[in-house]
Design a protein around this ligand. Structure first.
Ligand SMILES: CC(C)(COP(=O)(O)OP(=O)(O)OC[C@H]1O[C@@H](n2cnc3c(N)ncnc32)[C@H](O)[C@@H]1OP(=O)(O)O)[C@@H](O)C(=O)NCCC(=O)NCCS
Length: 184
């Protein structure tokens, strides 16, 4: 169910904490994931995050594992599940440098979307991405997301005011694309 061509999504384990801590301090991750001050995460903070997941409602996080090597390379999941309106807001990071730019993140996102539309009664999967994150934007377009809006100068990063882009994919679009691909 949660297996793609290159990755599998699984639950987080205690053994992942050390790597998760290292990944969260990788500049590519810190600078692309949050609008906040890019401040280092401590091992203690990462442990607290791990513990907090046990109590979380409407949040579903998966560890991304490279299928062949069986190693934990990043994470993805639903940050907010709005069941009243049928919207799942998702996020993703590949923390292991050697696995970025090789299709692992794109594959993980495809597995996540497939899981969401087949197992959760939502109409839309949505995400936010910074305007300068070309790799992420390309990756999301490959998974079927389209740009829905641009929040101008939403964040200050690397000395400039930068845009944030909202992208989304609708249930009909997802299954439309699926059915078309199966027929061709
Ligand atoms: C964003 C991310 C999930 C994308 O996953 P990925 O597996 O690395 O992406 P892919 O390898 O499939 O690359 C997607 C596209 O971007 C292109 N690309 C790769 N590296 C690139 C780079 N440095 N700059 C611009 N484009 C790049 C690829 O060529 C590919 O396009 P193509 O298929 O037309 O050739 C992953 O790189 C990542 O986690 N980055 C750090 C954290 C982050 O940015 N998270 C997202 C926050 S919204």
């Amino acid at each position: 169910m949660l297996i793609g061509e290159k990755v599998r999504l699984r639950g987080y384990k205690e053994e992942d904490i050390q790597l998760a801590y290292e990944y969260m301090n990788d500049p590519e991750v810190i600078l692309n994931l949050s609008t906040g001050v890019p401040y280092p995460v401590t091992l203690e903070m990462e442990k607290q995050w791990f513990e907090s997941q046990k109590e979380m409602k409407n949040t579903y996080n998966f560890a991304i594992e490279a299928l062949e090597e069986g190693i934990y390379i990043g994470g993805c999941g639903i940050n907010t599940l709005d069941l009243k309106n049928g919207v799942a807001i998702v996020g993703i990071f590949i923390g292991h440098e050697e696995y970025r730019g090789k299709g692992y993140g794109t594959d993980a996102m495809k597995v996540l979307i497939d899981f969401i539309f087949n197992q959760i009664n939502v109409n839309k999967v949505q995400l936010n991405v910074f305007g300068f994150n070309e790799r992420a934007i390309k990756s999301y377009k490959k998974s079927g997301f389209v740009e829905e809006g641009r929040i101008r100068q939403r964040l200050f990063r690397n000395g400039k005011y930068q845009d944030q882009i909202v992208m989304g994919i609708l249930r009909d679009e997802y299954f439309g694309k699926y059915i078309k691909a199966m027929k061709s």
